[in-house]
Unconditional design. Structure first.
Length: 391
């Protein structure tokens, strides 16, 4: 008799992300028959002694917080640590860190009932055979452990085969970093129909592969919604044969994309941009419409008001909105400002692409090293060790 038959109940009622997953993906059929019976028929209240043992085990052995342990205990009741210990030992032996193990148990505590060698090992071996490293696999499964509750034959393998018909083995490793959710939903419901929409509209396989590899969640939208996004991208003037159309689809597929578009459009207009300039900037660099209003304001304030670059320069190079203020824009602005104050450069003759797009080495060669004789402290200015007024 299975040790699981000794448990009085298994109650499905976990909160936050686990409850969302349970309602959308996790079905009783994903588990062995004896767990299905527990789920369907054993609804008696968990004895207090068993509940206390379970909570203490989740805290002391799995690393959960007291609050997390109480929530997770709604999924499991442990009378002895034997089966759960076997599961934790299995994860440790396969490269999972203590933090990752805690994440797995917190997100999917019913896995503590698993028979690791029988139900989990084949899945780990399958993913490892696809070229995914031990470390990358542990990271992926810690982020989304519900994959381990999926059937290898009915869900994981068919989904993998479909994905590999579009992306290479090398790209599958990159895909897995952000696309593991597709293994939960499967490819038939949304992904395959959405890819067919792209094919019918003339997007080549290489661009579909790019979208699936780097922005897989876009393809999980309902086909009617996804089709509207692609139509909108085409109406904005994007050619579906280009990689920029993929970036536009990603931008418009983001959550609350309409409200974000309206908010950011108004932010740019407050700086004098017209509707046509906003659209032109989006066509050139779609990510400029996905940044926070705060980031847009900070960049515009610095480049226009403090540095004195003409507005038309910013509209011409919207890519600057994606650059880090602290690591790239501000340090380089400091150097340019010192050179301008010394009369060594004219701000209107310097394009944003010349200042902000080159690698650090190329920037230093052109704007720092070549001016060391005239401005000995310019290196310290770049690194923030000397104030501009002290130069």
């Amino acid at each position: 008799m299975s040790p699981l038959c000794n448990f009085n109940s298994l109650r499905l009622g976990f909160s936050t992300s686990s409850s969302t997953f349970a309602s959308k993906y996790l079905k009783p059929s994903h588990f062995p028959p004896h767990i299905q019976i527990l789920c369907g028929h054993l609804t008696s209240k968990i004895p207090e002694t068993h509940h206390s043992f379970t909570v203490n085990y989740l805290i002391n052995s799995c690393g959960l917080s007291p609050e997390g342990a109480i929530s997770a205990s709604k999924w499991v009741e442990l009378r002895s640590p034997k089966i759960a210990d076997s599961f934790l030992s299995f994860l440790r032996n396969h490269g999972f860190s203590a933090t990752q193990i805690s994440k797995v148990v917190r997100s999917c505590p019913q896995l503590l009932y698993s028979n690791p060698e029988k139900t989990l090992l084949p899945k780990l071996e399958f993913f490892r055979s696809t070229g995914v490293s031990r470390e990358a696999l542990a990271k992926t499964l810690a982020y989304d452990p519900h994959i381990l509750a999926m059937s290898l034959e009915k869900r994981i393998t068919p989904t993998y085969n479909f994905l590999r018909s579009i992306i290479s083995e090398k790209n599958f490793v990159a895909f897995l970093k952000g696309g593991s959710r597709i293994f939960l939903e499967g490819h038939s419901k949304n992904v395959a129909p959405n890819i067919e929409i792209l094919r019918e509209l003339g997007m080549p396989q290489s661009r579909i592969s790019l979208l699936l590899t780097h922005f897989p969640t876009c393809l999980l939208r309902k086909p009617e919604d996804f089709g509207r996004v692609v139509d909108e991208v085409k109406q904005m003037g994007f050619n579906l044969e280009t990689s920029m159309s993929v970036m536009a689809i990603k931008a418009l597929c983001s959550r609350n994309s309409k409200s974000i578009w309206n908010r950011n459009s108004e932010a740019y207009k407050r700086w004098g941009w017209s509707d046509d300039e906003v659209l032109a900037a989006f066509r050139q660099f779609p990510q400029c419409m996905t940044k926070s209003e705060k980031k847009i304001t900070q960049v515009m304030e610095l480049l226009v008001n403090k540095m004195g670059w003409p507005l038309r320069m910013i509209t011409k190079y919207p890519v600057v909105m994606s650059l880090s203020l602290e690591k790239r824009i501000i340090p380089r602005c400091k150097v340019v400002k010192v050179l301008r104050l010394k009369g060594l450069v004219n701000i209107e003759n310097l394009s944003l692409s010349t200042v902000f797009l080159p690698t650090e080495k190329k920037f230093l060669d052109r704007f720092v090293t070549s001016y060391l004789h005239q401005v000995p402290q310019i290196v310290s200015v770049y690194h923030g060790n000397v104030l501009i007024q002290d130069v």
